[in-house]
Ligand binder design. Structure first.
Ligand SMILES: [Zn+2]
Length: 231
């Protein structure tokens, strides 16, 4: 009898809280897909100097700041979480990660992200966006905006004009070549004289974000780049 009651209780719980943490498997009462503990402790934070570089990435001298929340873990939980943000349409998770990044950016001493900053999420090619239904970088930028008050640039301002092949497996110079001319500036207005922060999920060599940042480089006051993970 007790067993039956426990089973019924568990079934009701499953029904009420169908979402579990992608890392530890705990049941969650909200839709974020990561519990508060894992959000704070499951991944390796990058160092705090706020102008970082990794092997394979050379930060252009005109980029004021590059900041990432965590070190990328190939084959690990973070890769899994980012894959879900990209392909599974978990909007709440994307916004939760963006907010976490936003808290870190508030205190960046090179490029404090305030309500004066314009956020530029890396656009997807329209065909890819139609297929996927959303852009994961926009979700992340949305989360940063909630915490910092920064504004997300209008979607129409910059567009991706080439549907580039995946960067995976390409070396630094092939990545740069693959991305060359991939974006087009449609409306300079939102960026003129502003501090612009380019937002993406992962930075590896930086080919994508630096190509995009190069479009607004002459217009804006200063440029930063922020991502969830750094490979
Ligand atoms: Zn967890």
């Amino acid at each position: 009898m007790l067993k039956l009651m426990l089973k019924a209780g568990k079934d009701i719980f499953d029904l009420l809280y169908p979402v579990s943490c992608l890392v530890c498997g705990d049941r969650l009462v909200d839709q974020r897909h990561l519990c508060s503990f894992c959000l704070r402790h499951a991944f390796v934070p990058t160092n705090e100097d706020g102008r970082e570089s990794s092997e394979g990435m050379v930060l252009p001298e005109w980029v004021t700041m590059q900041e990432s929340l965590w070190e990328f873990d190939k084959g690990g939980f973070l890769q899994d979480v980012l894959h879900h943000v990209k392909y599974s349409g978990l909007a709440d998770l994307g916004i939760a990660l963006g907010k976490e990044l936003g808290y870190k950016l508030l205190n960046n001493r090179f490029f404090p992200v305030t309500d004066e900053v314009v956020l530029l999420p890396v656009p997807l090619h329209p065909i890819r966006q139609r297929k996927r239904g959303y852009n994961q970088s926009e979700l992340l930028a949305g989360g940063i905006a909630v915490v910092t008050g920064a504004r997300v640039a209008p979607e129409r301002a910059v567009r991706r004009i080439r549907n580039t092949r995946t960067q995976t497996g390409l070396n630094a110079s092939s990545r740069k070549e693959n991305l060359s001319g991939a974006f087009e500036l449609v409306d300079a207005g939102p960026f003129r004289g502003r501090d612009v922060l380019v937002v993406d999920d992962v930075i590896t060599t930086g080919a994508t974000v630096f190509e995009l940042a190069g479009l607004v480089r002459e217009l804006c006051c200063s440029i930063g780049v922020a991502t969830i993970a750094r490979a």
